[in-house]
Structures are given as structure tokens and as C-alpha cells.
Design a protein around this ligand. Sequence first.
Ligand SMILES: [Zn+2]
Length: 135
Amino acid sequence: MTSSQSCPCGSKKKFNQCCDLLIKGDSVAETAEQMMRSRYSSFVVKNMDYIRETTDPQTRLDYDFEANRKWAEDSEFQGLEVIKVSSEGNKATVEFKATFKSLSEDKTHIHHEISKFRKQGGLWYFRDGKVLSEA
Ligand SMILES: [Zn+2]
């Protein structure tokens, strides 16, 4: 992954003009969708610190970062599709499908989830997610 490649989140922008700005802390997500996209890209580049930092401090303790790190290391991410975004005030949900290949299983999966986000102090945080299906 180099900075001049297309952003893995599927925005059609270059990585260094899209999610990388958020991951590096040069910019902040203005919407929950941007936050969701940057977290996906963060999994792609395996930056688990960003995943931790952007998880709601209120739910951070419940989140198994080590399991996520192992999953990210065993996955080759193939694409993100944002299906639906709804937001009201400081709360938002983003429904998405992420396609990834499990390297240990040599099998492609589609992860379908509705993620909840919360804005606090001007920053969007991932709160929790409901997995709809994983095939
Ligand atoms: Zn992006």
C-alpha cells in the first residue's frame, strides 16, 4: 500500500488524499461514513492503533483488539461497499459489506454489518457493530 494508490475504501481518491489523512491524524472525519471508511482502510494497512483510538472510550474495554489484529493479519481485504448511512445529531449508523479473503482458509468472505457511531468532542467514534451475516 503506497500513498499514491487508490484508497482501499473505494472512494476513488488516492489513499494520501483520503483515509490516510485521517489515519495519520492530519485530518478528522467529518461524518460517521468517513470514520467507517477510514477504519476499514486502517484494517487494510493493519494500523490497529487507529482502530483502538477511534473506538468509543465507553466501549473500548469490551473490544478485543488482539482478536482483531489476528483477523486483520490473516485477511486480504478486497473491497468495501457502504450500503446505507443514517445519522441524527451525534449518533449515526453505517451499514456496509466488506469483502476479504481469509489467508489461512484460502476462502473469500463477505462481512455484512451495521456499525453504530457516536460523536463526542467533535470526533466520531465507533461504538459497536451488529453483524448481519458473514458468508
Ligand atoms: Zn478512503
